[in-house]
Design a binder for this molecule. Structure first.
Ligand SMILES: [Zn+2]
Length: 572
C-alpha cells in the first residue's frame, strides 16, 4: 500500500487513486522477489510479453527478465545529442553499443524496436557557441545536427524511427509543465522560473543513487529545496525565448525528454537508454517529472546505461569539457566502422571501455582472422586449396554449439564478449581442419560444412552491423591501396622480363624469305609470364597483354583470395 503514500501532497482525482490502489495490490501479489521492498523506489515487474532475455536494470541494479508491454514490440527512448560541436568517440561508443543491442533484439529475438530520440537544439552551450561564431543558435544547431547524423551514418548506426527537436516541441513542454503544476509537483516563482518540487514526491526521488546530492543551480535562491530543479527558466536578454504562462523563457534540460517521450509513447515506456553519466540527475529527474505528470507508479520499466569510454591511461571519461576527446571524423581516418563495432563488442555495453591504438589493433586483428578464415574456406570450397580429409561431424557439432552458446550469451544481458570468444573459437576449429596438402586427387571433401560456418558467421556479424561482404570502407580501403602498389611493381617487373623474351633475333641476310624469330632460349621466360597472368586472374588481379606492354586491374568487388601457401594462413 505504500505506493499510495508517495503522492500525498498532490491533488489526485479519484479515478487515479483507484488505479494506483489496483497497481499497489497487483504489486504485492506479483512483485519480483528480490525487489519486493516497500519503499517508493521499489520496481514493479511489468506484466506482458516475456522476451526470455535478462537485462541489467539500473532501477534495481540487477538483472531482470525483460518483459515488454506489447508482444514483439519494444518502445525505446534515448537521450540524443546536444548539437553544438562535433561528436566524439565517447558519444560514438554509447550510440553504437545501443545500436548493437537494438539489432540483437530485432534480428535475433524478433522484437520490433520503436526508437525515438531527442535532439537538444536549444541549450546554454548552443547559445554560447552562437555568440562566439556570431550566428543565430539555430544555425549552430542545424549544422551540428547534420554532422551528428552523418557521423551516425558513417558508424552504421540505424537511425531512430523518429528524431524530435526540442524547439519544435516547446508548446508540448509548456503544457506538460502546466499539468505537473496542477498535479501539485511543481511551482512557479515571480521571477518566471518553474521548479520541480522534490519534497512533494517523498522517497520516490533517488532511484539512481543521487538523492542526497544537491543540484545547486547556483544563483537561484527561490527554490523550496536545494534539490529542486528547473522545468522552465526565464530568458536572459539576447537569449532565444518562447512565450509561456510564466513569461518569456525556455525549457529546462530534463523536461524535454519527459515531454517528448510521453508525446510519442504515452504514459508507459519499455526501455530508456543513455550513457551512465546521464543517470543522475538527468534520468532521475525525467522519472520524477514523468511519473508526476502521468500520476503513474512506474513510467519507464527498464533503464539501460552504457559505460564510459576512457582514453587509455586517463582516469577521466572522454568529454568535450576535459578536452581529451577524438572526434568521430578523425577516428574514421584511421579505423573503420567495422573495426569500431568489433572494439565495442569486445566489452560489455555496461562496462567502462579503454580506448587505445592497441585495443583498436586487437579489434582489427580479430576481423582479419575471421576474414582470412573465410577466404581460406572459400578457396577450399572451390577446390583451389587442397586439404587433408576434414572431420566433418566435429565441425557440424562445433557450429551447433556456437549457435546455442551465442543465443544464450546474448539473452544474458547482451554478453557480447562471450559471443566474440565463441565465434573466434569456431574460426579456430575451422582453421584446424583446413590443413593444406600438396595436390593429390581422390581426397574426400566437405565443402558444405564450411559454407554453413561462413554463412553463420557472416549473418551474425551482420546482426551486429559488421558487413564483411560489402565493406568498401573496411580493411579493403587500406589493404587495397598497398595491394595496388604491389601489383604495379610486379607488373612492371613482368613487363621487363616479357619485353626481353619478346625481343626478335637480328634481321636475316637480305634476300632471305625468313622473318626474324624469337630467341629460343628465352621462350621459357615468356611461358612463365603467361602462367603468372593466368594464376593471378582467379585472385582478382587481371593482367592484359597489349602487344609489348601490359595493363593490370583489380577486379571490382572481388575479394582477393588468399594463396595456398601455408605461411599465409592465420592461425588463431
Ligand atoms: Zn534525456
Amino acid at each position: 500500500m505504500n505506493g499510495l503514500r508517495m503522492w500525498t501532497r498532490s491533488v489526485q482525482p479519484l479515478l487515479w487513486r483507484s488505479k494506483v490502489l489496483r497497481a499497489a495490490l497487483t504489486l504485492s501479489s506479483r512483485s519480483h522477489g528480490s525487489c519486493g521492498g516497500v519503499s517508493g523506489k521499489s520496481w514493479i515487474r511489468p506484466s506482458g510479453y516475456d522476451t526470455g532475455l535478462k537485462t541489467f536494470n539500473s532501477l534495481t541494479k540487477q538483472k531482470e527478465p525483460l518483459i515488454l508491454s506489447r508482444e514483439g514490440v519494444a518502445t525505446w527512448y534515448s537521450c540524443g545529442p546536444t548539437v553544438y560541436d562535433q561528436a566524439h568517440l565517447g558519444h560514438a561508443c554509447s550510440y553504437v553499443r545501443f545500436d548493437i543491442l537494438q539489432r540483437i533484439l530485432s534480428r535475433l529475438f524478433g522484437v520490433t524496436v520503436i526508437h525515438a530520440m531527442v535532439i537538444t537544439d536549444i541549450d546554454d552551450k548552443i547559445i554560447k557557441k552562437s555568440w562566439e561564431e556570431g550566428v543565430s543558435p539555430s544555425v549552430i544547431s542545424s549544422m551540428y545536427e547534420d554532422e551528428f547524423k552523418k557521423d551516425m551514418l558513417a558508424l552504421k548506426v540505424i537511425p531512430p524511427a523518429v528524431y524530435l527537436r526540442v524547439t519544435e516541441n516547446v508548446h508540448h513542454i509548456v503544457a506538460f509543465i502546466e499539468q505537473i503544476i496542477k498535479n501539485g509537483h511543481a511551482y512557479s516563482t515571480k521571477e518566471g522560473d518553474v521548479f520541480f518540487d522534490i519534497q512533494s514526491i517523498g522517497d520516490r526521488y533517488g532511484r539512481f543513487g543521487g538523492a542526497g546530492d544537491s543540484q545547486g543551480e547556483p544563483g537561484n535562491t527561490n527554490k523550496r529545496d536545494l534539490r529542486d530543479f528547473a522545468l522552465w527558466k526565464p530568458s536572459k536578454p539576447q537569449e532565444p525565448f518562447w512565450e509561456s504562462p510564466w513569461g518569456r523563457g525556455r525549457p529546462g534540460w530534463h523536461i524535454e525528454c519527459s515531454t517528448i517521450a510521453s508525446a510519442v509513447f504515452g504514459s508507459q515506456l519499455d526501455i530508456h537508454s543513455g550513457g551512465i553519466d546521464l543517470a543522475f540527475p538527468h534520468h532521475e529527474n525525467e522519472v520524477a517529472q514523468s511519473e508526476a505528470y502521468h500520476q503513474c507508479e512506474q513510467w519507464a520499466n527498464y533503464f539501460l546505461h552504457s559505460g564510459h569510454l576512457h582514453l587509455k591511461g586517463s582516469a577521466e571519461k572522454m568529454s568535450k569539457s576535459l578536452k581529451n576527446y577524438i572526434t568521430i571524423k578523425d577516428f574514421l581516418q584511421s579505423y573503420t566502422a567495422n573495426e569500431f563495432r568489433m572494439f565495442c563488442l569486445a566489452s560489455k555495453y555496461r562496462s567502462a571501455i579503454d580506448y587505445s591504438d592497441s585495443s583498436m589493433s586487437e579489434a582489427r586483428s580479430s576481423l582479419g582472422t575471421i576474414s582470412s578464415f573465410i577466404h581460406d574456406a572459400q578457396a577450399y570450397m572451390r577446390g583451389q586449396l587442397q586439404c587433408s580429409p576434414v572431420q566433418e561431424t566435429l565441425l557440424w557439432e562445433r557450429l551447433a554449439e556456437t549457435k546455442s552458446s551465442v543465443l544464450k550469451s546474448l539473452a544474458d544481458d547482451f554478453d557480447t564478449p562471450r559471443v566474440v570468444a565463441a565465434v573466434m573459437n569456431l574460426v579456430y576449429q575451422g582453421n584446424c581442419q583446413l590443413q593444406p596438402v600438396s595436390k593429390s586427387g581422390g581426397v574426400v571433401r566437405s565443402p558444405a560444412v564450411f559454407a554453413a560456418i561462413i554463412s553463420y558467421i557472416r549473418d551474425l556479424l551482420d546482426v551486429f552491423g559488421i558487413d564483411l561482404q560489402h565493406s568498401k570502407d573496411s580493411d579493403s580501403g587500406r589493404s587495397s591501396a598497398s595491394l595496388e602498389a604491389v601489383v604495379e611493381q610486379l607488373t612492371r617487373f613482368r613487363n621487363e622480363v616479357r619485353t626481353y623474351a619478346l625481343t626478335r633475333q637480328d634481321a636475316p641476310p637480305t634476300g632471305s624469305s625468313k622473318k626474324p624469330g624469337l630467341y629460343p632460349e628465352r621462350l621459357p621466360l615468356l611461358k612463365a609470364c603467361d602462367t603468372l597472368r593466368t594464376d593471378l586472374a582467379p585472385l582478382g588481379v587481371l593482367i592484359k597483354d597489349r602487344g609489348a606492354t601490359s595493363t593490370w586491374e583489380i577486379t571490382e568487388g572481388k575479394q582477393i583470395q588468399r594463396g595456398e601457401d601455408e605461411d599465409q594462413k592465420t592461425s588463431s
